[in-house]
Design a protein around this ligand. Structure first.
Ligand code: 13P
Length: 340
């Protein structure tokens, strides 16, 4: 492990005004996104769509890194330049999703454990050679009747820490992503309680696995009301609860917190980030690592049709810029109505 290399990459990921594009949808997930707009999920369509995102003019002003998927890390632009090389030349750091997905946790109905540790060291060596300098592993925690159990939280935190240790051994910055889903009918208070419990367990495991906290990034959910909850918290309440929860559980040694959007609308996710960044003297950089919130508008504008490439790029650029503004609290509600 080269600590200063890890620290340098982590700092670059959370550089001023910038955040990450999560473009690491697995083949199954991108098919779901394409189905919505009626595009067949062929390898060429997946490649063309990722090319649209990565070749968006002037995107490096707002995007510090891109999370790729195993297929995408091997794909090339139309001119034949491998995506990781293309991004690196723009000053955008390539990263890679390395978990193999959340699978049913045996003995615990309704809960999952994220897999992908077997052979991970060897895969990390290859990804590093292909240009990846950071990685991502997502644990999934659902809220419902009787769940999450303490056991599922502990098992997922342990796997996250083992992954993080292997990444740092290979000089790859681990993004540690314990996602508490917003799918349920729970109140914001329940999300805060569960998120706090999950973060406490994750940092306890990270410490036991000797993780160099200065060389990692945390990717959490925001503390938010469940989608089906009849009482929806205000943006100010979400910002306050999220900050309270993070302040209690995330060591100041962690350089950056890069949120997932998790099914919030692009405008909501952007406003929440902006409100949090208006608070003074935060111990960590607060940034974004959004999939849907950065891509939804671009995907619809593109629609897989000829002649819509530039329209898709304008939408991606717009949402990257608005989130870039949110990095310093400069995004205001309603700004998204203005032209791209
Ligand atoms: P969303 O922002 O769409 O939640 O995706 C981020 C991500 O990488 C989830 O693992």
């Amino acid at each position: 492990m080269n600590r200063s290399d890890l620290e340098r990459v982590a700092a670059a990921m959370v550089a001023k005004d910038k955040g990450l594009l999560a473009a690491d949808e697995s083949t199954g997930t991108i098919k779901k996104r394409f189905d919505k707009i009626g595009i067949e999920s062929t390898e060429e369509h997946r490649r063309a769509y990722r090319e649209l995102l990565f070749t968006t003019p002037e995107i490096a002003q707002w995007i510090s890194g891109v999370i790729l998927y195993d297929e995408t890390v091997r794909q090339k632009t139309r001119e034949g330049v491998p995506f990781p090389e293309y991004l690196s030349k723009l000053g955008i750091i390539p990263g890679i999703k390395v978990d193999t997905g959340a699978k049913p946790l045996a003995g615990f109905a309704l809960e999952t454990i994220t897999e992908g540790l077997d052979g991970l060291r060897e895969r990390l060596v290859e990804y590093y050679q292909r240009g990846a300098r950071f990685a991502k592993w997502r644990a999934v925690i659902d809220i419902g009747q009787g769940i999450p159990t303490r056991f599922a939280i502990a098992a997922n935190a342990h796997a996250l820490a083992r992954y993080a240790a292997l990444c740092q051994e290979q000089n790859i910055v681990p993004i540690v992503e314990p996602e508490v889903l917003m799918d349920g009918a729970h109140m914001l208070e329940r999300c805060e309680e569960v998120t706090g419990e999950v973060l406490a367990e994750v940092f306890s495991q990270l410490e036991r696995h000797r993780i160099h906290l200065e060389g990692m990034i945390l990717k959490p959910n925001m503390v938010i009301s469940g989608k089906k909850c009849p009482t929806q918290a205000t943006p100010e309440q979400v910002a306050a609860a999220t900050m309270r929860c993070l302040a209690r559980h995330v060591p100041a040694a962690v350089p950056g917190i890069m949120f997932l959007s998790g099914g919030q609308s692009p405008a909501q996710a952007t406003l929440h980030l902006s409100l949090m960044n208006r608070r003074p003297a935060l111990p960590w950089q607060l940034s974004f690592s959004y999939g849907r919130a950065l891509q939804d508008a671009a995907l619809s504008a593109w629609g897989g049709k000829a002649g819509t490439f530039a329209a898709g790029q304008r939408e991606f650029h717009k949402w990257a810029r608005l989130n870039g503004l949110a990095r310093s609290g400069a995004f205001q509600a309603g700004m998204e109505q203005q032209a791209a």
